[in-house]
Design a protein around this ligand. Structure first.
Ligand code: 5GP
Ligand code: ZN
Length: 138
């Protein structure tokens, strides 16, 4: 897609630090890393969210995420990592071309994801469980 930064990176119009590439996907370093090594893994095809990905691409990206994660751990200064994907603008997705974030982590690195956790009211958890199970059956 013409105006998509990631499509332009895939086509080579915009430079990026590529760490892995095959026929379906590329992994690049994030230009504004949460920590050095912060990697973005994306399909070459312009697909906006996880639900737009063909099954084959989901499976492939997940497999490649494992390979990137192994690389981050081996590259050093890394004890663990976060793997996540923002889907849709409301979740924080700034670039509407699906991508996994892989953020290398180490103890005391100061990165804090803000989880504004709550608690369920009486019967609310089971009601949500039911609601989602029913939605899965539709
Ligand atoms: P999102 O908010 O969509 O989940 O994440 C988009 C990510 O893309 C951000 O972390 C941002 O720093 C990164 N990003 C934005 N523009 C560029 C770019 O031109 N090159 C690279 N390598 N990363 C970018
Ligand atoms: Zn794109």
């Amino acid at each position: 897609m013409k105006n998509c930064i990631f499509c332009q990176i895939v086509s080579g119009k915009i430079p990026a630090e590529r760490i892995l590439e095959d026929s379906l996907c590329i992994a690049i370093l994030d230009i504004n890393p949460l920590r050095p090594g912060h990697t973005l893994l994306l399909p070459k095809e312009h697909l906006e969210t996880m639900l737009d990905l063909p099954e084959k691409t989901v499976a492939h990206l997940t497999k490649q995420a494992q390979i990137v994660a192994r690389g981050l751990l081996k590259a050093g200064e890394t004890e663990g990592y976060n793997l996540f994907a923002n889907n849709h603008k409301c979740s924080g997705q700034a670039i509407p071309h699906f991508h996994f974030h892989l953020v290398p982590r180490r103890t005391g690195d100061g990165i804090k994801f803000q989880w504004n956790t709550g608690v369920y009211g009486d019967d609310e958890m089971s009601a949500w469980g039911m609601r989602i199970r029913e939605a899965l059956e539709k």
